[in-house]
Design a protein around this ligand. Structure first.
Ligand SMILES: *[C@@H]1O[C@H](CO)[C@@H](O)[C@H](O)[C@H]1NC(C)=O
Ligand SMILES: *[C@@H]1O[C@H](CO)[C@@H](O)[C@H](O)[C@H]1NC(C)=O
Ligand SMILES: *[C@@H]1O[C@H](CO)[C@@H](O)[C@H](O)[C@H]1NC(C)=O
Ligand SMILES: [Zn+2]
Length: 494
């Protein structure tokens, strides 16, 4: 959008878009610890950077000089950081700290250059029984720090930033700080907050005090949180996590929930059990879906139904948002209730029925043409005691949802092209391949992939052989297709 991009230098924009393309490429990138391109949803993208950090724990603890023992937390923190990093204590500023009654205390400090503190070069020290038990820090080299006297006054940039962030500066006093940049420089920045009471946005903005450019923001608003199995994990043995704001505004501009909705019913998918209205409602205010899946009891016990509906909602939405970036958009016949006037037919969000009573030990996806909802049914697996829920084995809903993708994108949204044996086999192979791509997206290594291991409780999974680059592990070749007459078997030849 011209209105908003005007504010950025074109060079910066080019860099941001280039890195956005890379950052968006793989869903596992959410794990990367230093960069995050924040899409503000109105055509503006800013890069949030945190310098590489280093965190150490010291087991029983690291002895510290006895002069530390009765010193206030401020003094202990500054002394430890400056001596450990071998920097002058004037380069370390105590920020905050607290002490617990069991003789544990925690100090937080910021790096300082020319008397000005850093936003993102910080340190934290944990003390216990007069020893240091943990130390984390992200201090940076300041040799390329910008001049500490601003050449652009904060009053000159406020209105531009308000326009970009579509809000008003609040009455918190602006501050002057340093912001460590990905290229090793440190920018001098004006820092202030911009809020919009109507839309609920609330940012802290960092504006270069020499160029006037908006360099970064902190978003204070958490839109929604879900306790789920991140898409780069396969099954609950790898641990569920509480993810905050996993939706991508460029793919789901209004987030994953309907306006005023507080349940697992949204623009891309409705996740329910039994009747479509039987969804999971937030566990606490603010779209928090924090239900813990307990694998030691059956899928219908305790919070497990809510955890399953939440995981299914998250996985299908993440598939939607990720594939959207690769072109599975409204005009390319995707699944959305509201297409926001961007082409294609709406009213066809995925209907995800978890623990569907129609079957066991399987899952399916029915793809009608664009404009009619896809129907995804996930079944309970009865091989183990207690039984296991197919929707908690991420590669299964990812496989099923990919049938929706390939049936819609092959042949122009009519959903009737992958019906012959060989094309159906390609559909199965694509579904396994996309599922693998998601669950392996946090690692650059290519390892053998076996799908469905947890629900079956065996290492061989549901296919005849692992997907593998080794011709010994998986010797299937295209010539084998002629000998096969089942779609999943044909799909394995890939
Ligand atoms: C703690 O640090 C402050 C400020 O540097 C100093 O004035 C004070 O004397 C120190 N207190 C102790 C107990 O070392
Ligand atoms: C609706 O969901 C609840 C759990 O929230 C579940 O106990 C119940 O069986 C579901 N209803 C039907 C008809 O499946
Ligand atoms: C999974 O299989 C192992 C043996 O292969 C068995 O000991 C274990 O009880 C099984 N787990 C469940 C939950 O059925
Ligand atoms: Zn399939």
């Amino acid at each position: 959008m011209v209105l908003f991009s005007r504010f950025f230098s074109s060079v910066l924009l080019a860099v941001l878009y280039a890195s956005y393309g890379k950052a968006a490429a793989r869903p596992g990138d959410v794990k990367f610890s230093t960069h995050h391109v924040r899409d503000l949803g109105n055509g503006v993208k800013v890069e949030v950077f945190h310098p590489p950090s280093n965190y150490k724990t010291f087991g029983e603890g690291l002895d510290v000089p006895s002069s530390f023992f009765d010193a206030p937390i401020e003094n202990k923190t500054v002394s430890f950081v400056s001596s450990n990093l071998n920097v002058d204590s004037a380069k370390v500023s105590f920020k905050s700290g607290f002490t617990k009654d069991n003789d544990e205390s925690f100090g937080y400090a910021e790096q300082v250059h020319d008397g000005i503190p850093f936003v993102n070069a910080v340190a934290n020290v944990a003390f216990k029984d007069n020893k240091v038990v943990a130390f984390g820090q992200s201090f940076v080299d300041t040799s390329k720090a910008a001049d500490s006297k601003p050449s652009v006054d904060v009053s000159a940039v406020i209105s531009k930033v308000e326009e970009t962030l579509q809000g008003k500066k609040n009455d918190i006093e602006p501050t002057l700080e340093y912001l460590a940049q990905p290229d090793g420089t440190a920018a001098l920045v004006h820092v202030f907050q911009v809020q919009n009471d109507d839309t609920g946005t609330w940012y802290q903005a960092y504006i270069d005090a020499h160029s006037g450019n908006l360099l970064s923001v902190t978003d204070f608003v958490a839109e929604a949180s879900y306790r789920v199995l991140p898409v780069f994990k396969m099954d609950p043995t790898e641990g569920l996590e509480l993810l905050t704001d996993p939706s991508l505004p460029s793919a789901s501009p209004n987030g994953w929930h309907l306006s005023k909705g507080k349940d697992t019913s949204g623009n891309n998918v409705i996740s329910f059990k039994g009747p479509q209205a039987n969804t999971t409602t937030e566990s606490s205010d603010g779209l928090i879906f924090d239900y813990t899946y307990d694998p030691s009891v059956g899928p219908t016990e305790g919070d497990n139904i809510d955890a399953a509906r939440t995981n299914g909602f998250y996985v299908i939405n993440t598939h939607h948002d990720t594939l959207y970036q690769y072109g599975f958009t409204e005009s390319a016949f995707n699944f959305q209730k509201d297409n926001f006037g961007k082409g294609g037919r709406g009213n066809d969000q995925v209907l995800l029925s978890i623990q569907d009573a129609a079957g066991t030990n399987n899952a399916d996806f029915a793809t009608p043409p664009d404009g009619q909802s896809g129907r995804c049914r996930m079944f309970i697996f009865t091989i183990t005691t207690p039984n296991r829920d197919g929707v908690l084995q991420n590669d299964i809903p990812l496989h099923e949802m990919t049938h929706g993708l390939t049936n819609r994108m092959t042949g122009g949204g009519t959903a009737k092209c992958l019906q012959s044996l060989e094309s159906g086999g390609m559909g199965e192979g694509w579904s396994d391949a996309v599922a693998e791509w998601f669950v392996r997206s946090d690692t650059p290594e290519i390892t053998d992939f076996v799908t469905g291991t947890w629900v079956l409780n065996n290492t061989e999974g549901v296919r005849s052989r692992p997907y593998s680059t080794s011709m010994t592990t998986n010797p299937l070749k295209y010539s084998d297709v002629a000998k096969l007459d089942e779609v999943h078997d044909i799909g394995e030849v890939s």
